[in-house]
Design a protein around this ligand. Structure first.
Ligand SMILES: NC(=O)c1ccc[n+]([C@@H]2O[C@H](COP(=O)([O-])OP(=O)(O)OC[C@H]3O[C@@H](n4cnc5c(N)ncnc54)[C@H](O)[C@@H]3O)[C@@H](O)[C@H]2O)c1
Length: 255
């Protein structure tokens, strides 16, 4: 299959390598000519085009102008490719586009392990209303991931909910650490026992991670803020998420 990718950053490079490794013909276009091995016309001529451009966020506001630009570029070039959005977008964005064969397919890779994560993605969530988009994306992932079909807004919520859950889990383990320390108890002993409970699991429980406490990186802070903003917009209390974000801010500030 011909797979096009717009945005040759962490996500675009990692999924490009994964699809090339599976034998697909991959073209990657980037607005930065130095990072662009292919041109827009190559991507437009693909069966499937992934949008992997940045959506910087601050305080729950996402700048999605690059996503608009990428989709507009594809449409103006007359492309008939199925469009799969990997960039993080607000809930409701994909449904708001007047395009039939489009999907939101969230990516859950980490910067440090991006290539491995993309090559072994686990369940691939395809949020689409289009049978053609579902069948093309399923064919692209055949052999490396089980595909789960949901509606676009469900996929958008899954992306934010997953990363916000991880963020809350990091903060929760830091609270347990603070409690253990206050009592002179050994957090590592507590952590090892908690981790054996399958309902809790052995993840997001490292306290001193890359020299800081709390969650960091590109996705968890941005997605937790975005999740909180979506709750606010829907008139749902964000008190629990507010507390997670505030506790994390204090951890990160060393307060
Ligand atoms: N990095 C991660 O771990 C991760 C994981 C999951 C999802 N995401 C989401 O995926 C998206 C991309 O993230 P990233 O980390 O790969 O970003 P990045 O900054 O590493 O790369 C983005 C690339 O897109 C290019 N670009 C910008 N505007 C463009 C345009 N209009 N046309 C073509 N190229 C353009 C940039 O030059 C850059 O090379 C973001 O929305 C991010 O939130 C990132």
């Amino acid at each position: 299959m011909k797979i096009g990718i717009i945005g040759n950053g962490v996500v675009g490079q990692a999924i490009g390598a994964a699809f090339a490794g599976m034998g697909h013909a991959v073209s990657i276009y980037d607005i930065d000519p130095v990072k662009s091995p292919a041109n827009l016309a190559d991507v437009a001529a693909s069966d499937l085009a992934f949008v992997c451009v940045p959506t910087p966020g601050k305080g729950g506001e996402l700048d999605i102008s690059a996503v608009w630009q990428a989709i507009l570029d594809l449409r103006l070039s007359g492309s008939n490719a199925v469009i799969a959005i990997k960039s993080t977008v607000p809930v409701g964005f994909t449904d708001s586009l007047p395009i039939d064969d489009i999907a939101f397919t969230p990516e859950f890779l980490s910067d440090d392990t991006a290539f491995d994560d993309a090559a072994r993605p686990g369940p691939v969530i395809v949020g689409t209303r289009s049978d053609r988009a579902y069948s093309v994306i399923s064919a692209a992932y055949a052999g490396i991931g089980d595909v789960m079909r949901v509606a676009p807004k469900e996929a958008e919520i899954i992306k934010l909910a997953t990363n916000t859950y991880y963020a809350a889990k990091v903060v929760f383990h830091n609270i347990v650490y603070d409690l253990a320390r206050a009592h002179g108890a050994d957090y590592e002993a507590i952590k090892s026992v908690l981790a054996t409970d399958k309902r809790i699991g052995d993840s997001h429980n490292v306290i001193h991670h890359k020299g800081y406490r709390g969650y960091g990186g590109k996705c968890l802070p941005k997605d937790a803020e975005q999740f909180r903003a979506c709750l606010g917009a829907a008139g749902i209390s964000s008190a629990v998420i507010d507390a997670v974000i505030e506790y994390n801010r204090r951890l990160r500030d060393g307060a």
